[in-house]
Design a protein around this ligand. Sequence first.
Ligand SMILES: [Zn+2]
Length: 341
Amino acid sequence: MKSILIVFFASILFNSCKNRPADQIKSDNFELVELGDGIYGCIHKFGGKAICNVGIVDNGKETLIFDSFLSPDVTEELLNAVKEMGLSPVKYVVNSHFHNDHIRGNQVFSKDVKIISTRRTKELIEEEEPLQIAYEKENAPARLFYYDSLYNSFVGDKQSREYKQILMWRPYYETLSNSHIEVKTQLPNLFVDSLLNLNGPNRKIQLISKGEGHTPSDLIMYLPDDRILFTGDLIFNKCHPYVAHGNISKWKAWLDFMNSLEVSNLMPGHGQIGPKELIDKMKDYLLDLESSAEDLVKNNVPLEKPENFLIPDKYKDWWFDRFYEYNLRFAFESLNTKKTK
Ligand SMILES: [Zn+2]
């Protein structure tokens, strides 16, 4: 009798742990947002080490993880969350593009999990990651020291933008400082040319690539029945995007394509989940960047002076403001390249 009771209570305990609701999963690194039954966005938290946003989609048979964070430790946390919620086994990880914050969690998945990207993204990871990791080994500790000293000596308002900037960059550089020790690059091994369907009994999943945009090769995930779009870094919400690895004209074409899809909810690569209008906001940003670059050319303004890189008022409260100068410079150079062609 006693052993029957133990088995009974153990099974209750097991089942209650197995299907923990999403709102009970707590992490210092990401916020888990339920977008539908078996669909979640893991949104980077200020002060955490996730850095990018990650999507989780259970198609009823298999679970897919869209992007894999900067820190492998945070990806371990995400895998535990998938187990605790009782989702289908993880069978796929997608890398939307080659940037380090979207790929470095690849290493925590078991060998039977397929890592999906475009062929070009796989080549870029292979080429760029060794260089990037060597660069981080050399440079990240000094940046961490700088942000550590700001963090430890801060005495002002902890709700201020200034403090939040410190909270944002400190864990980023802390993670990069250890990348040469922790990161064991895992390359994608299943490729998307233009479309890959991963449909299951509960929903359709489409991985779509239209090539160059934010980087030389980008990939998005679309759930047509659920009207949910995971955009990778083709969309940032209230954050300056990083433009200088991509192609502004082709990026705008990507946004036009996304606008042609039926979308109710959209998870950007960085920033909060939002409505379809985020697509237009990103396009406006690129158009504004181009017109600012055109003004510089028209008025013969030298690029050397920092005052020529003032952020327009409408983007003053966006995060990652340090990217603006690189972006405007890149838009300026793209304009000149177009002219000389
Ligand atoms: Zn990126």
